[in-house]
Design a protein around this ligand. Structure first.
Ligand SMILES: [Zn+2]
Length: 490
């Protein structure tokens, strides 16, 4: 269900804003307490319970408010768990375990039975006939192993803290009332919001957002309220109809987040060639400004000009990413998009701007792709980017020296010449079937070398190919030249 959020301007006075902030503070505190309880339930029962009795959790919120809060907490926790479930699959898939064990572990994972040990056997079914072909008993040590793996994914992804959540409020505590026809009320909407004081709701006046009104879809009966600096933010939600008429024109495209152009597609096309040039320009200005501020002993956070510049850069990044991804999507209309996970590292930009790109930029990319995923029901796959820039997309040979310059790739083995970012995007596409997300750099390299050597001919020692490999540090310990062949030759 593609649900979209739309900010709405409000006209609440200072007193009301303060009241809402008090509620939000209490709401977040209560959410943290509820989540503690929910985790206890999870480790015992194997699942969260959105209807858990929480009367004993002390809070200034009314019981209705607490229940609304619990719904939100559980929905956030469920989505956290379903992501870890996916991580689990990948770890097991890439492990050295035997096929039966893998099957058992994945079966437990599928029903989220890591902690409750409810499953006693794993039934392997024939894909076509759906008949059980094999039944494998699940033993204690299997559960020990699944817990070790799932805890590993927990470690890598911290539990949601709820310290900064916005309130997602339903009709139990927040009613949206629309201006009645013919009535000369000043505002388009009023939100009747329950407060921490029983029987004393406040009314928040809200202006309509014409973009929101123009969108086809169902206006949902809950809203989000968040705080923003000295103000609050009111967000309405709409459930947009699915685009069922979308027919993909292409099976798959893969995208590299490049250093020259922002996006390089495996088809050979580059998008956003000016992106880094603009950023460099902004980067110079902001670095200069920062230096000046430091001389004057002013913190950047206290400078209006600095904040304004930061906002401008963010806006530029956001607009460019959205514009280009829209274009790419429109041109290829793919069924699947494969893209690297997090890899902005441009040595020509300041560390600060690289950080901004990695956090903010990647967030915008993910948001946009999620939007495509929901609206058009396409698949988005994130893959490990290690060595995609040093591996030849044509023959698979991996060598640091393959990358001649930032934008030129020339394979030392097969001689293929190609734009470096396009080459990387093709390697990214290859990884869609095994994204290797959890593998360390070293392991990725080992897999690439083994894959290459298993496909390569047995090069004679005197051959050029052999010399190239022997001078490649990556291959030390993996490659032995065929000495006999060379002796026979001489
Ligand atoms: Zn090659």
């Amino acid at each position: 269900m593609p649900i979209r959020a739309y900010k709405h301007k409000h006209d609440a006075n200072k007193g009301k804003i303060e009241t809402v902030k008090q509620i939000l503070k209490e709401y977040r505190k209560t959410a943290q307490d509820i989540s503690k309880l929910q985790w206890q339930i999870f480790f015992k029962e194997g699942k969260f319970n959105k209807n858990q009795n929480i009367k004993h959790i002390s809070s200034k919120l009314s019981e209705r408010y607490k229940q609304t809060c619990q719904y939100q907490v559980v929905s956030i926790l469920n989505s956290y768990i379903s992501n870890r479930q996916n991580d689990f699959v990948e770890i097991v898939y890439n492990s050295n375990l035997d096929e039966n064990t893998k099957f058992i572990l994945l079966t437990i994972n599928k029903s989220k039975a890591w902690f409750n040990e409810k499953l006693k056997e794993a039934k392997l079914k024939d894909k076509k006939t759906k008949k059980v072909v094999k039944t494998l008993p699940i033993e204690k040590h299997h559960y020990k192993l699944v817990r070790k793996i799932i805890k590993q994914t927990f470690k890598k992804n911290k539990f949601p803290t709820f310290k900064h959540i916005s309130m997602q409020l339903d009709q139990k505590v927040a009613k949206i009332e629309k201006k009645k026809e013919g009535k000369a009320k000043e505002f388009d909407y009023w939100i009747k919001l329950s407060t921490l004081e029983k029987g004393k709701p406040i009314y928040l006046p809200v202006y309509k957002n014409s973009y929101f009104e123009s969108k086809e879809g169902k206006h949902l009966n809950f809203l989000q309220i968040n705080e923003k600096e000295n103000d609050i933010e009111v967000v309405f939600l709409k459930d947009l109809p699915k685009k069922t008429n979308y027919t993909p024109q292409k099976e798959k495209i893969s995208i590299d987040i490049g250093l020259k152009a922002l996006f390089a597609v495996n088809t050979g096309d580059l998008y956003g060639r000016q992106f880094h040039k603009y950023l460099k320009h902004y980067d110079r200005i902001i670095t200069q400004l920062q230096a000046n501020l430091q001389k004057q002993g002013i913190k950047p956070s206290e400078s209006k000009r600095y904040k304004e510049l930061n906002r401008k850069i963010k806006e530029y990044i956001k607009n460019e990413i959205n514009r280009l991804l829209n274009r790419i999507f429109k041109i290829y209309q793919p069924k699947e998009i494969v893209i690297e996970n997090l890899n902005f590292q441009n040595s020509e930009l300041s560390p600060q701007l690289n950080r901004l790109l990695n956090r903010f930029g990647m967030k915008i990319i993910k948001q946009k792709l999620k939007d495509f995923e929901e609206r058009f029901e396409i698949k988005i796959t994130y893959v490990n980017p290690e060595y995609t820039s040093q591996t030849c997309s044509s023959c698979g040979y991996v060598d640091k020296r393959n990358r001649k310059t930032q934008d030129k790739f020339e394979c030392l083995m097969c001689g293929k010449k190609i734009n470096a970012d396009v080459n990387a995007s093709r390697n990214i596409g290859v990884r869609s079937s095994n994204p290797m997300k959890f593998l360390k750099r070293r392991t990725v390299l080992r897999m690439l070398i083994r894959a290459y050597l298993s496909g390569a001919k047995n090069y004679a020692c005197s051959s050029r190919a052999c010399e190239v490999i022997l001078s490649n540090r990556f291959f030390i310990g993996y490659y032995e030249p065929l000495k006999i062949t060379s002796k026979e030759k001489s």
